[in-house]
Every structure is written in C-alpha cells, then in structure tokens.
Design a protein around this ligand. Structure first.
Ligand code: SF4
Length: 442
C-alpha cells in the first residue's frame, strides 16, 4: 500500500488498476457515432551523531547482529536478552544502535499530517476508523480516499452499521476505488467483528489477522495505531525509508522479511501507534521516491543511503513481469426511452457482483470477427473507433466497444436489465466499465 506528496501506499503492486475519473452519468449524452439529430441517447530533531552502522562495510547488507543490539538498552529490565516478547509479537532485538526512534517521534510531534481518519493528539484512535481507512488506502492515494472515507463514515458510522448494510450498497459506495475484492472483504470483516466479537475489534495481532481481508499489514496498522501494540505496519513508504536507512541491496519483494525485521528493531519502548504513523509520514512527505528532502529528515545523519548519495536507487526492485494482454468486446445499448442495458457479473472471480455492460469473455486469443456473436441482442451494432484500455493487477485489457439503439419495447435478454441512464451512476460500475460508458457516450 503510496501517497500525499508522494504515493502513500503500499505493497508495491507491480501493476495497478488505474483509477479513472468518475464519469457523470446523470444526463444521457448521445452514443458516439451518432449525429445530434440521432441522439436520444514533505524536520527537525536529529538522530545521533555517528553513522548507522558500525557495520564494517555498507555492502553487503548489515545482518541484524551487525546492525547491533543496542536497542536492548531500551529494555533495561532485561539486559542482554536477545529476544523479548512485546505484546503479542516476538520482536527481534536486532537493533539499530545509532538510529534514534525518539528523534523521529519528536519530528512527528511537530510535523504530523492532518488526516481525516487520524485522531487528534492525546486522543485514542477508534479501531473502526483506522481499519476502514487502512483498507481504503491499499493501492490508493490519500487524496482519492478522502471523499470515500467521509461517505462511508456518514452512511455507516460504526462497524455494526456497516455489518448490517447490504453488500450491494457497499459495492455501490465503493465503486471507483478499485480492487473490489476489498469492498467485499470489508463487509465480510464487519460482519465477522459483529458476529465473533460483539462489534468490538480484537486488540491483538492474531485476533485481527483472523478477520476476513486483514493481512499482516492491516493487522499491524490497526494493532499499533488503535491499540498501541508493538507492531510496525510496513507499507511502501516504510519500505523506502528502511531500505535507504540501511542501504539494503536485496531487491523487493524478497527483501520484505528483512525490512520488516529492521523496522521492528526501530520500534520505541512506547508510542507504537505514533511511531507507525511517523514512519508513514516520513516516507510520504520527506523520504519521497524522487528528490527526498534529506536536509529535513530527523535521521539524515545516520542514513546509509544519504551518506552514499544514492538514496533514489532504494528500494531495489526486481524486474517487472507484465501480464499478457487480454482483449474482448463490450456492448453499449440504449433504449429509446433513455435506458441502458446492464447486467451483474458472477458471484466469484474478477469484479465479482459488479455491474457491467454486456460483453464477451476477456481472453488472450479474442478475435474481433467473433465479437458480434457475444452481442446481447439483435441490433444495428456500430463498432466505435478506438479501444478502451485498462490495467488490472495481473493483466492489461483492451476492449472494443459496440453501440446500438433499440426501440422502447425491446425486452432485456436473460441476465440483463434496463436501467435509467440517469440512474446508472448509482450502479456498482467498476472503473473499466465507467471507461467503456465514457467512450460510448462522450
Ligand atoms: S534517504 Fe534522506 S529522507 Fe530518506 S531516510 Fe535517508 S536521510 Fe531521511
């Protein structure tokens, strides 16, 4: 999960579903290819003085043992102990002798971002809000999430209210945020919190991980931010900060376990939630992918990458593998009385239960000559110039769009339905379908 000044989030997805601007479908523009007459249709506190590692050489990567055990100094009751249990998580005391987490917290106290889901200083974060925002922020920017977060909170102010909502309503409210499996898991998780935990989020990493749609990142984020548990959520921002601090040569994603281990080694003895958010903010506003503002960074005198001068080359990344292109056809049909033909996708699979216009299967070997065989009804189909392209996580898609107008009395074929064009915006249309409609209706 990449942002603000820089991308907020996270998990360095190799390819992402592009977020298209929402198409306003409130008024029925004409289908393309028709004449107007035809149209009915990111400093402060310093870290310590010496360089991070008393590691003999910056390359290869320092081992946890090399990085030091000075963090044990934090745990005065257990000197010399190499592994301690902190909260629910065994934290490797593979510490970083010269990286002062308090310097980061002092910086955070002065420069924390103001975010809609972030509690004011001194207030406890509400687990529901933390969880909701973290799910929404996966592969999405802070700017994009803001209005969706406000809408969800207004419509479903508690996890109990969200659990009681219809999945279709949740999907509709989510439409445009992409990665729709998150919306289904969001609802399933709310139901599980109510049914298994009486509407109260569990406060342990294990309890959180057991919930639908909550992986290690989200569990760590909710545990740290809402419950101050000893956990560090590692998103793309944190990966960037840690790999630069330690000049980690190993490429992502293989380096993830090591990054997590080193991030945990930085955890202060208290204020885990603030530390987690401070790491996120540092990555989003100072330690940006391009041109990091190192002069403003609280760790600038202990950062190995800064010493080397190759900050922007971290994190190292394995070469991308592009998915194979799939093609298909989409059919936009308008009825003379301003209705559009839509259908609901199957319960399982890509974009499950979302709304779409009728179309062919999306395949590697799609042939245009076979397109009309997938048409939903007999009509004078016109192939629209150009194609609609969209990139899903695992493959790029190219759709050829066909358009037609049919008489008012035309019945919807089985599995499809007529929807007033002016009300289509309320349907759970994924971004790719909004692109198709924009292509046909512009
Ligand atoms: S690269 Fe610059 S901004 Fe990032 S951690 Fe190092 S000193 Fe700070």
């Amino acid at each position: 999960m990449t942002v603000a000044a820089g991308p907020r989030r996270r998990k360095n997805i190799s390819a992402i579903e592009e977020e298209g601007a929402r198409q306003d479908l409130s008024s029925p523009p004409p289908l393309r290819g028709r004449s107007p007459a035809e149209a009915s249709a990111k400093a402060g506190g310093r870290g310590v003085s010496s360089k991070v590692a008393q590691v003999s050489t910056p390359l290869p990567n320092p081992t946890p043992a090399q990085v030091g055990l000075a963090r044990l100094a934090h745990d005065k009751s257990k000197p010399g102990q190499a592994r301690v249990s902190r909260g629910r998580e065994q934290v490797e005391q593979a510490a970083s002798p010269n990286i002062d987490s308090q310097a980061l917290l002092a910086w955070y106290d002065r420069h924390a971002r103001v975010l809609p889901w972030r509690a004011r200083k001194g207030q406890r974060q509400e687990p529901y809000r933390v969880w909701l925002s973290e799910i929404m922020l996966q592969q999405t920017t802070v700017k994009t999430v803001g209005p969706y977060y406000a809408k969800f909170l207004a419509q479903w102010p508690t996890v109990t209210a969200l659990a009681a909502a219809k999945l279709d309503d949740v999907l509709r409210a989510w439409a445009g945020l992409g990665y729709y499996a998150r919306a289904r898991n969001l609802h399933a998780c709310a139901v599980a919190v109510v049914e298994r935990h009486g509407g109260v989020f569990p406060d342990t990493l294990d309890g959180l991980r057991d919930l639908p749609g909550i992986g290690d990142y989200t569990a760590s984020a909710v545990a740290a931010i809402a419950f101050d548990a000893d956990a560090v959520p590692v998103d793309g921002n944190v990966e960037r900060v840690v790999t630069r601090l330690f000049a980690i040569e190993e490429a992502l994603p293989a380096a993830k376990p090591r990054i997590k281990e080193l991030a945990l080694s930085l955890l202060p003895p208290s204020r885990s939630g603030d530390f987690a958010q401070a790491m996120m903010d540092l990555g989003a506003t100072i330690c940006t992918p391009k041109k990091p503002a190192c002069s403003l960074c609280p760790w600038n005198d202990v950062c190995l990458a800064r010493e080397r001068g190759d900050q922007e080359t971290f994190p190292r990344k394995a070469p991308k593998r592009e998915g194979k292109l799939r093609r298909g056809a989409a059919f936009v049909v308008l009825r003379a009385d301003g209705h559009i033909l839509l259908r609901t996708r199957p319960d399982k699979g890509l974009l499950a239960k979302m709304t779409e216009v009728p179309g062919s299967a999306w395949t590697h070997d799609f042939q245009l000559k076979d397109a009309e065989a997938a048409a939903p009804l007999d009509a004078a189909w016109r192939r629209l110039p150009g194609t609609v392209t969209h990139v899903f996580t695992h493959f790029p898609l190219e759709l050829t769009v066909f358009a037609a107008e049919v008489p008012r009395a035309t019945k919807a074929p089985e599995g499809a339905r007529w929807v007033k064009l002016a009300e289509a915006h309320a349907e759970a249309l994924p971004t790719v379908m909004r692109k198709v409609l924009a292509h046909a209706l512009e």
